[in-house]
Design a protein around this ligand. Sequence first.
Ligand code: UDX
Length: 469
Amino acid sequence: MDIAPHVVLLPFPAQGHIKPMLILAQLLCHGGSFNITFVNTEYNHHRLLKLIDQPAFSRLFPTLQFMSIPDGLSPEHPRAGPSVVDLFFSTSSVSKPEFRNLIVSLSQEPTCIIADGIMSFAVDVADELGIPVITFRTYSATCTWIYFHLQKLIQNGEIPVLQGNEDMDTQISCIPGLENVLRRRDLPSICKLEADSPILQFYITQASKMTRASALILNTFQELETPMITHLQSIFPTVYTSGPLHSLLNSIIVDSPSKNSSSLIEMDESCIKWLDAQHPKSVLYVSFGSVIVLSHDQFLEFWYGLVNSGKPFLWAIRPDLIVDYNGPNNIPEELKWASKEMGCIVSWAPQEDVLAHQSIGGFLTHSGWNSTLESIYSGVPMICWPMIADQQVNSRCVSEMWKVGLDLKDTCDRSTVEKLVRDVMENKVEEVMASTVKNARLAHDSIHEGGSSHGNIKKLVQDIISIHS
Ligand code: UDX
């Protein structure tokens, strides 16, 4: 067959999902010369195209086209914080028929569809149209495995987890491979909901639909999560672990304009100059990702904790990060003054470059999966403050399984923040430092020729070619 395979990718409409899927699209375009159709929601389509260096992008990836479908929400709808769940239901109802119409209108029939695990309506569409579908879960293997046990957790009475309840530290017993690791407080945030909650039920349905896909793609690497990947192979005969995807792409296309092309928010590069002037490993980087929001009180506790630790910090504060922010007048003068002396604040940082910078010695993070993986790859120890979705699981893996950071879970009072910052930046907990170096090396090995993730991307390309021929 002369014409190249055509792959359609459908991410869930949020930064942390679009980024790894767009990187995968670029890798398939580059490695397999595939025709790619990347389908965003209209809201994100415009944001992304505004920030992409389009001529450079088209030169590098001439066979990658962007298309869009509605997400079913009004343009003014806040899509961060708790409102992000509205997208679950609106995409399932409104985007599903739109996605079907888009697929049948394409001039080349797709060889396969790669759909985000929480856009599993794509599995229905693919089944109806007789197109093979592969599911991409943008979470860790560990968290993906947990999501397949939600029903069992309900049956065993291990959820709902009641916040503030003393049994938050009870071990979870019904998930194979995680019996001695997970406590109730480490489960995904949806486990705090009642069993019949539409959001919890939505996740159960998504997990079940995912199993109808022919294979699973994960942005992780084999050496980090071997036991969990083996468990997932009991559900999916083929699991492609190809992470860290950002570093795999950067190693293949060095210094390309595609490097920061998957951001929906404009990056403020000025912080790199500020980092250049700091001592090696002296700066704590702080970012809470693209979705979670803080109350004004939590924001101040973190800020005091940072200032009281006496360590220089670079903080990415999104304009919509503080939910009840009522202007700079409500920020104590002492904090503003101290931050001028010892801090650098931007609204959105070039995070990959920041984590790779020699001045960075630690990362205070919300434990989003992309941030976690980027930090592991860069060998930066973490302080985790998880809030929603998979973040509670990630922070437990970071602190207990991989020992590449400390878990601040469920509290952010200024004295605890200060203590953990000192532990990571000053006392340099030995076990954490050694494990951070080891896992960074494993991550680097995985993306190079002969490495597991490098090999899995090649296998994915080959497998798609065989579907096509
Ligand atoms: C969301 C969920 O919160 C997360 O738990 C899930 O794993 C993926 O979807 P998000 O909150 O955005 O993602 O966090 P994360 O997964 O860490 O992704 C954020 C991305 O934005 C990272 O790739 C990071 O490099 C980038 N980023 C973040 C920047 O480029 N600049 C910043 O200032 C902050």
